[in-house]
Design a protein around this ligand. Sequence first.
Ligand code: MN
Ligand code: MN
Length: 295
Amino acid sequence: MTDLEQRAVAAYLGLAIGDALGATVEFMTPREIVVAYGRHDHIRGGGWLHLKPGQVTDDTTMSLALGESILAQGGVEAQSVAQAFDGWMRSKPVDIGNTVRRGIVEFRRTGRTEVPLNEFDGGNGAAMRVLPVALATFGADPATIRQAALVQARITHHNPLSDAGTLCVNAMVQLALSGTDRGALRQGPVADLLAEQPRFAYEGKPQENPTGFIVDTLQAVFQGLFATDSFEACLVEVVNRGGDADTTGAIAGMIAGALYGLDAIPEAWRLALDGAVSERVVTQARALIALAGQH
Ligand code: MN
Ligand code: MN
């Protein structure tokens, strides 16, 4: 594998591992997590969804649906992605966010692939599944990257904070894939986000019990990422804040996976991840980064 390929695989494994690790403590407070597990750092399943150890949730399975559509079309096509999300919802996923459900139901009803602008609906659902776009458009021109990330986002989420957060996560993953350090992520995509949307300012008060609001979610991710210096420490730090922990874990996992690479992922976590999911994410990561090479 080239360096780029191994970082792409690590990003996708990181997404799935962060999802599986965080899901155990989703909707718990940090205090409740301490009482139940001490420091939660094992993939053990359970949680409010009663998951098997290593099982993933919507964060990973929606990403896989998006990635399959991109590979089938050779790029991000709104109609195909909307149909993939529709099929995903029909498959009875273990969890689904309200905004995602509403957007897919709207597509079924109207055939439209972009929901109306909603100032109040800044959920994290579009950002949590953006990884396949980051991989497939790696090295493309900025306008193409932006368009692809927003096409997939607006099938369910159309909100300035969601758009900005989704583009930032996409940019962070792509910069990390090129083999950079945390400082470059902070000075590049994160600084750009803060300049455009100051509400994302994350320094100061630790974001505990982050909600599914994209601002809360990304504040927790940034704090975890910039306070640690390894894949493992980043994920443990982020998920032990509880709240929407499968999604903070998934987003931190994709960025940290790309940043620290495959060798940094603890073997115990890789082995604990559901085997079929592990195989699918590795295969899809390699296919999507190969597609990027064809630009
Ligand atoms: Mn989830
Ligand atoms: Mn979640």
